[in-house]
Ligand binder design. Structure first.
Ligand code: SR1
Ligand code: MG
Length: 429
């Protein structure tokens, strides 16, 4: 077993130590208000990797995230570099400049402790929990598409001169251990007999076995893996599921960019769409009576469509006004004919990006059902047969998206297939 990192100055903080630590920083202490001994501190992390503390004082609260030298979900047997806290801080501060108001404000960062203090998002909740409860979020499409369009476009070669972009790529290159998690858990393990895989047994045993023998799926996922490994298109969040988004009815914040690096844009857009599709297909498992969540489900599919169409509209808008990068030199597209041809090319670019999005979305769905890390959309369906029905429908849709990506020419084709999968009954149902 590899040794756990213990760099100088690093120690895992308990609640008491965190109080003493935070009290040293006048700005943080002033934000919390009152004497440090009266602050309440609670460790609330329910993610897969880190400690998360909520600290509340008389004046305000803050959230403090500390990286552990191992994967929390698995334990000390799986070491993980603390440097992920550095990349998360870098990404958060860059995203705050690109998409103001859509990420939490950073109040304090400590490289040695791998710790970041942020504004406390309240009354926001993790979006995934709201979706399981059948809540709709009217502001979500507007905000998430602004986040996606701005963070992706404004870090790409369409917006950033080549030398500057290469410097940015270099700044995130060291986050390879986090990329490796994705490379293994998303693009490899669900398609082979990996020890850590799990699924809803016995219902999905045969389906899981089929994915292990499915060479068409193996080719498709390998092409996506290659793209993930080798296409530094833009600064991507890298783990943009609905557990990395906090919401109220009127606000949205994207959190937790510790997987950030320069990768393919479709990976982020696909992550959002995959998680919405899973919330849609899990919804039947949360019904207390048939049809009870019909309105919610209609909203979910409208939201899937909105995410792509609004993202594409905003991305194209930025391309028409903010194209300051070295790609598509203006001098090659001058005059009316040049501008018209460039507009055709922009549409072609979006069609290819949509194809990537569908493929990556498929990969994200499959990993949550057959791989190590599952999600509460399905896990909170208590009856295992009902859970498996929802999961089998999702796998059916995802496989079609993975091996037949080109058969989804537009977002309406995807939502129509999702609607059809919602009605499909696996043989064990
Ligand atoms: C071992 S980490 C498992 C998953 O948790 C994170 O949220 C990422 O999605 C990662 O793949
Ligand atoms: Mg996370």
């Amino acid at each position: 077993m590899a040794a756990l990192q213990q760099p100088p100055g690093y120690r895992i903080l308990g609640e008491a130590e965190l109080r003493d630590y935070l009290a040293q920083f006048p700005k943080v202490a002033a934000r919390l208000g009152d004497a440090p001994h009266s602050w309440s501190i609670e460790e609330v992390g329910d993610g897969n990797l880190n400690l998360v503390f909520i600290v509340r004082g008389a004046a305000d609260g803050i959230a403090v995230k500390q990286a552990l030298p191992y994967v929390r979900l698995v334990g000390e047997s799986w070491p993980l570099p603390l440097s992920r806290a550095h990349y998360e801080y870098l990404a958060l501060t860059h995203q705050a400049r690109l998409a103001p108001g859509l990420v939490p404000a950073v109040l304090h960062h400590d490289e040695a402790l791998a710790l970041t203090a942020m504004e406390l998002l309240t009354p926001h909740i993790i979006m995934r929990k709201g979706l399981v409860a059948g809540k709709v979020y009217p502001r979500f499409v507007e905000d998430v598409t602004t986040f996606l369009a701005r963070t992706l476009f404004l870090t790409s070669d369409l917006a950033v001169p080549a030398a500057e972009k290469k410097e940015h790529i270099a700044a995130f290159t060291g986050n390879h251990a986090l990329c490796r998690i994705t490379e293994d858990l998303i693009f490899t393990d669900p398609y082979r007999a990996a020890e850590q895989n799990r699924w809803t047994s016995p219902w999905l045993d045969a389906t899981a076995a089929r994915f292990r023998d499915d060479l068409d799926a193996h080719v498709a996922i390998s092409r996506l893996k290659l793209k993930f490994l080798s296409h530094p298109e833009a600064l991507i969040h890298g783990d943009l599921h609905t557990g990395s988004i906090m919401v109220t009815e009127s606000e949205t914040r994207v959190i937790d960019p510790e997987f950030a690096f320069y990768g393919p844009m479709g990976f982020d857009i696909g992550a959002v769409i995959a998680n919405l599709l899973m919330a849609y297909l899990a919804s039947a498992g949360h019904e207390r009576s048939a049809g009870e969540r019909h309105e919610f489900e209609a909203w979910m599919l409208g939201t899937v469509e909105g995410v792509w169409t609004e993202f594409a509209r905003k991305f194209l808008g930025l391309w028409r006004t903010e194209a300051k990068g070295d790609a598509y030199p203006v001098s090659l597209f001058s005059g009316e004919a040049g501008e018209m041809r460039l507009e055709v090319e922009r549409q072609t670019y979006m069609a290819l990006l949509f194809r990537d999005t569908v493929g990556f979305a498929a990969a994200k769905i499959i990993r949550r059902i057959l791989g190590l890390a599952h999600n509460i959309d399905f896990e909170w369906i208590e009856d295992t047969r009902s859970r498996a029905v929802c999961e089998a429908r999702s796998l059916r849709l995802a496989r079609a998206m993975l091996v037949g990506t080109a058969t989804f020419p537009d977002i309406a084709a995807l939502t129509s297939a999702a609607r059809e999968s919602r009605q499909w009954q696996p043989d064990f149902a």
